[in-house]
Design a binder for this molecule. Structure first.
Ligand SMILES: C[S@@+](CC[C@H](N)C(=O)[O-])C[C@H]1O[C@@H](n2cnc3c(N)ncnc32)[C@H](O)[C@@H]1O
Length: 270
């Protein structure tokens, strides 16, 4: 439990422990690194919604009803995202960070959107690469939640998720469908590889020029966060850059071999 935060559940603690074990056993979902009071409060809200008396009853339904599982994962992880989230940061990335990185590696530039949710972030990066004519740049887009990954692969969005984009950019990279939704064009998809991956437990590929991990670690406890940033530092090439969310900060960045080069951008020391 995080320091100072106590959450009193109305449901049985032992039954909850069993639920956590079952999540690992049946769904390979290990939430040990997550802020436990948040996780449990969210699960309890769902328990109340369906008037379950025990977590075991809920687990039975989760195993039998894909819609319930979908909702469960959705509520637990919060997949909120949009294209060009915090546009000024993306502008900085495009104007300063990527050109600097490409001076050292323009032929096989490797980027990773870690915790990519329904795809808005990796497609934003793909748009940036297109705008920069960086045809050889590839993107790994990974998330724990296979439902958001399916949505990402489909690439169809409500107009409101493009609120930070100019009409010109939208026209260039989306096709408007009959129902008003926007479909990303194939040229944005071709450089992206989607993958289901648990940032807390799975091994990482190496040698990334750029890693983007934004608005993901807010759910993690301090140990998990520290461990993850260390793994990111190891996954970057020397001088590679880690781009974090606008409320996020790495306190021990020096210890793990990073330096700050601008707010929310950390560079791996040579
Ligand atoms: C709020 S979204 C952030 C999306 C995007 N990065 C952005 O900033 O707009 C957080 C995403 O992190 C994913 N996530 C949470 N825990 C994860 C884990 N352990 N491994 C991989 N992805 C995880 C969730 O499934 C969710 O899609």
């Amino acid at each position: 439990m995080e320091e100072g935060i106590v959450y009193e559940s109305q449901y049985d603690d032992k039954d909850y422990e069993r639920l956590l074990q079952d999540l690992i056993k049946y769904f390979q979902l290990d939430v040990t690194g997550y802020k436990q009071h948040r996780v449990r409060r969210r699960i309890d809200i769902l328990m109340k919604k369906y008037s379950y008396k025990t977590y075991s009853d809920y687990m039975k339904d989760l195993r039998n009803d894909p819609k319930k599982w979908d909702e469960f994962l959705d509520k637990l992880t919060i997949n909120v995202t949009e294209f060009f989230r915090n546009p000024e940061k993306w502008e900085y990335l495009q104007k300063n960070i990527i050109p600097m990185l490409m001076k050292e590696n323009s032929s096989a530039f490797k980027a990773w959107s870690a915790g990519c949710s329904s795809g808005e972030e990796p497609y934003t990066l793909s748009i940036v690469f297109e705008e920069m004519r960086a045809r050889n740049a590839s993107i790994l887009a990974a998330d724990l939640d296979k439902f958001v990954l399916a949505k990402a692969q489909e690439g169809i969005y409500e107009e409101r998720s493009t609120i930070n984009m100019t009409t010109e950019l939208k026209d260039r990279y989306f096709t408007k469908l009959a129902d008003g939704k926007l479909q990303v064009k194939q040229l944005l998809k071709s450089r992206i590889k989607f993958k289901q991956l648990n940032l807390l437990t799975d091994p990482f590929e190496k040698n990334f020029d750029l890693i983007i991990c934004r608005n993901v670690v807010i759910y993690f406890d301090n140990d998990a966060k520290e461990g993850l940033y260390k793994k990111f530092a190891e996954a970057l090439r020397p001088n590679g850059v880690l781009f974090v969310g606008s409320t996020e900060r790495i306190f021990n960045y020096r210890e793990i071999g990073l330096k700050t080069i601008a707010p929310f951008f950390y560079q791996k020391e040579k």
